[in-house]
Design a protein around this ligand. Structure first.
Ligand SMILES: [Zn+2]
Length: 506
């Protein structure tokens, strides 16, 4: 008979239980010292081992030959409990036995001695489903239960359990199991089952399982039918999760303000994914991780992304100031929540979203402004010059007063406005670069110190960036003016809006 993996590999001793050492060690000590309580409340999210521990505890209190607080798993009692053949170990699902009548019957039954075992054990799952009236009926029995009875309640919603019941139970809180612990265990099980699971594939499963070992194993089972090696990519494909890599590339393109690449990627994702909203949801989760990388020193511990993506995420986080991440995640979240209300042209709305993400100057509001300021600060810190607008230079007072303030930073061959003296020569030389030549009419050059700004429109900027135009231009510009150390692509409009002279005039 086929047995589900999580059943087949269900731990049979406390030692085997993963990630709940704070509970299993206490239980073992209690068993060794004979201080077992008469009622336990096991709380915690699904798949964290509550029922498994209840079952081990039921065996351990009844085992004929217990060893250091563990059941032996070999004596007839252990084996019979393991196989659910003991009448005195009762597993109840409170979801379907939650009424007063069920509980009254249970309370009557409790009075009789167990037939085969030392203790009659009641494992009551989903305990929060018991009605208040039924809990009341149970109260007295739990308060003074006969020596031979042990109650183990398990619940995912401890807040729904009446305080009167809670105060009469010993409470244990099961934690979500850490991804690393899940990865180790499913790697071991995959090995035993002959499944060729790779560590990055296991990391994907662990992330999806969200702390529940049972879910991780069910997911592994779902991938099992796939032939060959199960790496991250294969797992993603087997579970139909869409293309993570492309989503990450999209985030990277946003961080690099590469509008063209964004539009390309949206096109591909839109064609590939049946649900574009899911893509947006994934991106939102990635932004949460980016913010964690910005704010938390040991970020990797808290990042939800797959292990193999950490480096890429760190790189993206380094590109974005915190203010920009906050501004962008707000836009993405707004889009996500209103997605279902967009009647038609969802793709076009998505494209507009990403164009706005790439360019905060397309949005108003405090966050957009903060993002723009942060961007400016980043540029200044990196030594990128902020060009002065031409108009201010035309004013006579600007010629006499202002150059004193600014001139010392500028390179002597550069004209007073930071314009680049070799523009015509440079453009002539660039004509020989086939890919570049058609863009030359849309390009202006500015020099500030050792930096050559390549000014162009937002669309052209994206295209030029994707072909690595900066490096080509830098090489040729250096042959004309050796003091140039770097070349940067900038948007004409953005520069015009953010010039120093603008600020001065304020
Ligand atoms: Zn035993």
């Amino acid at each position: 008979m086929y047995q589900a993996l999580y059943r087949k590999y269900r731990p049979s001793t406390f030692e085997d239980v993963c990630g709940q050492e704070h509970i299993t060690s206490v239980l073992k000590t209690q068993l060794q010292t004979g201080k077992v309580s008469h009622a336990y409340m096991f709380c915690g999210s699904r798949g964290t081992g509550k029922t498994t521990c209840a079952k081990i505890l039921a065996k351990a209190v009844n085992c004929e030959n217990p060893q250091n607080g563990e059941p032996c798993n070999e004596c007839p009692t252990c084996r019979e409990i393991q196989e659910d053949r003991v009448l005195d170990v009762v597993e109840m699902d409170a979801a379907s036995n939650n009424g007063v009548d069920n509980v009254r019957r249970l309370c009557d039954e409790v009075q009789y001695l167990p037939a085969e075992t030392k203790k009659r054990v009641y494992i009551i799952d989903e305990a929060h489903m018991i009605t208040p009236a039924a809990f009341n009926a149970l109260l007295k029995t739990i308060e003074e239960p006969p020596e031979h009875v042990l109650f183990i309640f398990a619940t995912t919603e401890v807040n729904s359990i009446p305080a009167t019941i809670l105060s009469r139970c010993q409470r244990f809180d099961f934690k979500r199991i850490r991804p690393q612990v899940i990865v180790d265990r499913i790697m071991r099980i995959a090995g035993l089952e002959g499944i060729q699971l790779e560590r990055d594939g296991a990391a994907v499963l662990a992330k999806l399982a969200d702390g529940a070992m049972r879910d991780a194993l069910s997911l592994l089972e779902a991938c099992q039918s796939r032939q060959g090696i199960l790496n991250a990519e294969a797992v993603v494909e087997a579970l139909g999760l869409g293309n993570r890599e492309m989503v990450l590339s999209l985030c990277r393109a946003v961080a690099e303000q590469n509008s063209t690449r964004c539009l390309h990627l949206i096109q591909q994702l839109y064609e590939k994914m049946s649900d574009f909203k899911e893509v947006i949801g994934d991106i939102l989760a990635i932004y949460r991780d980016l913010l964690v990388f910005k704010c938390v020193p040991n970020a990797r511990e808290f990042v939800q992304a797959y292990e193999n993506e950490w480096n890429e995420l760190e790189k993206i986080a380094a590109l974005l100031p915190q203010e920009t991440i906050i501004y962008q995640s707000k836009l993405i979240e707004e889009f996500y929540t209103s997605y279902d209300r967009i009647a038609s042209e969802k793709k076009a709305s998505g494209e507009i979203l990403f164009l706005r993400l790439c360019n905060p100057s397309l949005s108003d509001g405090a966050e957009a402004l903060a993002a723009r300021i942060a961007d400016l600060e980043k540029k200044i810190a990196a030594g990128v010059g902020v060009p002065v607008k031409k108009e201010s230079a035309k004013k006579p007072e600007a010629k006499t007063e202002e150059p004193k303030k600014k001139a010392p930073q500028e390179n002597p061959p550069a004209a007073e406005n930071g314009s680049y003296p070799y523009t015509v020569k440079l453009k002539n030389l660039l004509q020989s670069e086939a890919a570049l030549s058609s863009w030359l009419p849309q390009i202006d050059f500015l020099q500030k110190g050792d930096t050559l700004s390549i000014l162009t429109g937002s669309f052209a900027k994206g295209v030029l960036a994707s072909m690595g135009a900066q490096e080509k231009i830098l090489k040729i510009a250096q042959s004309l003016s050796p003091e140039i150390q770097k070349a940067v692509l900038e948007e004409k409009s953005a520069v015009a809006k953010n010039t120093v002279s603008d600020l001065d005039e304020l």
